[in-house]
Design a protein around this ligand. Sequence first.
Ligand code: ADE
Length: 252
Amino acid sequence: MEEQIIGIMGAIPQEVEGILGVLQNKTAHSIGNRTYYQGFLGQQKVVLVYSRIGKVAASATASALLLHFRVSEIIFIGVAGGIAPHIEVGDVVVAKDLIQYDMDVSPLRPKYEIPLLNKTYFETNELRSNQVLRQIENFLSPQVLTTKIAADELRKFAIQQPKVYLGTIASGDQFFSTDQQKENLQQALPEVLCVEMEGAAVAQVCYEYNIPCSVIRTISDKANQEASFSFEFFVQKISQVYGQEIIEKLFQ
Ligand code: ADE
């Protein structure tokens, strides 16, 4: 049987740094303005990379993982802005499916549908997502979380009893930093739990290559006026810990 290699992606360095720190026997390869790190997490061979921000950067990176590194699965990990009212900073959303909220060729085809693919929602790998959900529930339990992140850091972000959700994630090439952006998306797609800028693009590439995909997003901000401030501090202090804890434990 062919060796299984898992591609692990983030968008920015802070989303993959924690994982890079625990990657064993790593070698770096530069292709197309990205650095791909090959190595092992436990017994599992992986390729780790950050794509930079946005759907184009993420799609190009996912394609290189599939074609050059021959990965048989992609897991995307990173941060997102909370959209549904009950989603708080420090919660985690595991994608059940993803939609590109900025795709619109109406009236040619229904709004949000990807032209010539006749598809709007991209489903994720159910087995992996369920495994990740259990893993995150354990990590977020107070006994575990407080040993990984200092109490005063948790307090700064008002993280009290963070939760994990399985649901719909929306992706597009916009950073949400106003109530108006948030309300527009809530009205257009009320099922959306959080917003980010890469997941649905990676999910589309994986769909087209028939490769399983999962997307895991920690909420760094609430996609409103305070988003940029909250985002900057969250990715400096917290997101590495979530990323490392979630991914490393999957392969122990
Ligand atoms: N990723 C993290 N926060 C975000 C936001 N507010 N908008 C888009 N992507 C994000």
